[in-house]
Design a protein around this ligand. Structure first.
Ligand code: GRG
Length: 312
């Protein structure tokens, strides 16, 4: 059971966030160990989920819930259902990575420093492992026992679906010219719009779900959603910079692939220095959204700023 409750602000934000990430990994391990399903399918799901990963999105769920519970209700205990919601978001994220790595999508061999699921198992098993993680996510939300369950199901479905992550992936593939003529993404607005769907929507909804868990007023939910939007953009810019600057060994995945695929990226549009400036600007927006929470926001501030020196 996750219990990141502690003094607000925690003495060491880095240690505090690492403790939450570890507890999510342990909970995911237990969840998958208890799953009653064909052995090969569970093994593939475990391979993908437990291979590592920063647990960024579930950490956001829990840390936003923690910050808003402390500031709205003067409590440090996490609301009931929080571990299930955090795991649900990680299940959706991991399913998207499994499917993104398939030969029909990005065709990658390495993910989280390990062979991708279709390489370690086979393509059909990888598709099914992704499918099973997606449905498991909604089972976790539906059964979490929190009064905001219907809103959380709706928001997670929208963020993950045709108007969010899946739609963003479709636009990204179309821009590569997969379905006929390439619909070139030629400016920073179009790039930001596509990425807001593909990667931003899940990061934003992770923050919104944290607010739902904390039974925060709508105004607070919108504020942390704005934090999530800016953080999502910063995350994507840092991911593009990582693709240029890091080795595959450092990043645990193939790097240099955006340029090879002729993809529009932030460094491609603005140069490395321009992309670093855009990263600073979006981090500035993210930090502005956190200002009302003062010291209670220290872990989220730390998380945002650490995107600047990202190596994984
Ligand atoms: C296939 C439905 C479907 C969607 C795929 C999210 C996505 C859409 C594709 C991932 C491709 C990619 C590399 C996007 C860049 C940003 C990103 C999501 C990176 C991976 O997330 P991290 O760095 O991964 O949080 P870890 O392993 O740390 O969890």
């Amino acid at each position: 059971m996750i219990d990141p409750a502690g003094p607000v602000p925690p003495a060491d934000p880095k240690e505090h966030l690492a403790r939450i990430a570890d507890s999510i990994s342990r909970d995911m391990d237990q969840l998958l160990a208890e799953l009653k399903a064909p052995e090969r399918l569970v093994a593939a799901m475990r391979h993908a989920v437990l291979a590592g990963g920063k647990r960024l999105r579930p950490v956001l769920v829990l840390e936003v819930a923690h910050m808003l519970t402390a500031s709205t209700h003067s409590k440090t205990q996490l609301p009931p259902g929080a571990p299930q919601i955090a795991m649900a978001v990680e299940c959706i994220h991991t399913y998207s990575l499994i499917h993104d790595d398939l030969p029909s999508m990005d065709d990658d061999d390495l993910r989280r420093g390990q062979p991708t699921v279709h390489k370690a198992f086979d393509e059909a098993t990888a598709i099914l492992a992704g499918d099973a993680l997606q449905t498991l996510a909604f089972e976790l939300v539906a059964t979490c026992g929190h009064p905001k369950t219907p809103m959380m199901v709706r928001d997670l479905a929208r963020a993950a679906g045709a108007d969010g992550m899946v739609g963003g992936q479709m636009l990204d593939l179309a821009a590569e010219g997969r379905f006929g003529q390439a619909t070139t993404i030629g400016d920073t607005y179009a790039l930001a719009a596509m990425q807001a769907m593909k990667t931003g929507a899940l990061i934003e909804v992770a923050c919104s779900l944290g607010a739902h868990l904390a039974l925060a007023p709508e105004e607070e939910r919108q504020r942390v959603a704005r934090f999530g939007q800016s953080l999502g953009l910063a995350f994507q810019i840092s991911d593009d910079l990582l693709d240029v600057n890091a080795t595959a060994e450092q990043a645990g995945k193939r790097t240099g692939k955006d340029e090879a695929a002729g993809k529009t990226t932030w460094p491609g549009l603005l140069g490395v220095e321009g992309a670093q400036k855009a990263l600073d600007a979006s981090l500035g927006d993210a930090l502005t959204a956190l200002e009302p929470y003062k010291e209670a926001a220290a872990p989220l501030q730390f998380l945002a700023v650490s995107l600047k020196d990202r190596t994984i």
